[in-house]
Design a protein around this ligand. Structure first.
Ligand code: AMP
Length: 305
């Protein structure tokens, strides 16, 4: 049930209508790992610079995240600065500083190469491809991406599409990648290029899962207050992949359960800055929220129209 993630290990500075955080623990690999570690141990691959407060990752290690694939390089850590205005569904990137990520060549520790479940989190698609070349026989490979890479590394991203089983992206990214305004057509476009499953996240409006012959939709949890949406996508992916790695069941019914668990994890992370809430929540909290999701979408089919 080994689960491997490669992604950004960042220092984030975030501004939302409700507050500000400066240089907090962020990055796709951190959010993913904090979320997935509620289900299975996680192997993380990434790089930090000499200025990274690695001691702040100790709570992750304590939760079963293996950091032996986290390289420490000379130079500046990856930094992302973003702002959300009242539409919390879309982040405005104010600054991206790649730092040590610009020279990073991932080297998987020998023990990581047999990973069965692999998540190529948001990072340069050339690095995602690099990691994929080093894993031996994964059962499921999923990837994520964002506008930054769709614009700057489109050819590499299309190459990657041909090599993954599943992709997660938000609705804006799906439209940008496929140049299709309609999401069903965008999903078809992607399905025709490799992945068997496409997960399109729509922020507070939930997430769609498309395969060649089915569509599933899970709403987002109707939270009364969303504090900081950063990391919702990666936490969603962490819950989703964590569940699949734990159950090792890739049937459609189980993929649907994974989408709901992903939505539950996404709903926790947005309640606070950074990965704080993911470290606080208990198994009982997660189970309660999944039960709430079940109630949220249950209805009696016998409608008298
Ligand atoms: P999301 O789950 O989509 O909200 O992802 C948020 C995380 O993405 C933040 O913690 C950022 O550090 C990270 N991020 C932002 N831009 C990039 C980028 N170009 N490459 C990799 N990670 C990024």
């Amino acid at each position: 049930m080994s689960l491997l993630v490669v992604g950004s290990v960042a220092l984030d500075s975030v501004e939302t209508p409700f507050g500000k955080a400066e240089e907090v623990i962020g990055g796709s690999a951190n959010y993913f790992s904090a979320s997935a570690s509620h289900q299975v141990p996680v192997q993380m691959v990434g790089v930090v610079g000499s200025d990274y407060p690695v001691e702040k990752l100790e709570p992750l290690a304590a939760r079963g995240v293996d950091l032996s694939g986290l390289e420490r390089a000379e130079g500046e850590s990856f930094r992302w600065r973003g702002r959300y205005r009242h539409d919390l569904n879309s982040a405005e990137t104010l600054e991206t500083r790649l730092g040590v990520f610009s020279h990073f060549r991932p080297k998987l520790p020998e023990g990581f190469r047999d990973a069965e479940f692999v998540f190529l989190a948001n990072i340069d698609p050339r690095l995602q491809l690099d990691v994929l070349r080093q894993v031996r026989k994964p059962k499921l490979v999923a990837c994520d991406t964002m506008n930054f890479w769709i614009e700057s590394r489109r050819a590499n991203l299309l190459e990657l599409l041909g090599q993954v089983d599943l992709i997660t992206l938000n609705d804006g990214e799906a439209r940008q990648l496929t140049e299709q305004a309609n999401l069903v057509q965008a999903a078809r476009w992607i399905l025709a290029r490799g992945p068997r499953t496409v997960l399109i996240k729509k922020g507070e409006h939930g997430a769609f899962m498309f395969t060649r012959d089915s569509v599933f939709f899970a709403p987002a949890y109707p939270l009364e207050s969303v504090f900081d949406p950063t990391g919702a996508g990666d936490s969603f992916a962490g819950g989703f992949m964590g569940w699949l790695a734990r159950t090792r069941d890739l049937t459609d019914a189980n993929l649907r359960r994974a989408v709901v668990l992903g939505s539950a994890m996404g709903s926790f992370v947005v309640e606070g800055f950074s990965i704080t809430r993911l470290l606080e929540v208990s198994r009982a909290d997660i189970e309660r929220r999944v039960a709430d999701f079940h109630r949220l979408v249950s209805f009696d089919q016998a409608l008298d129209a």
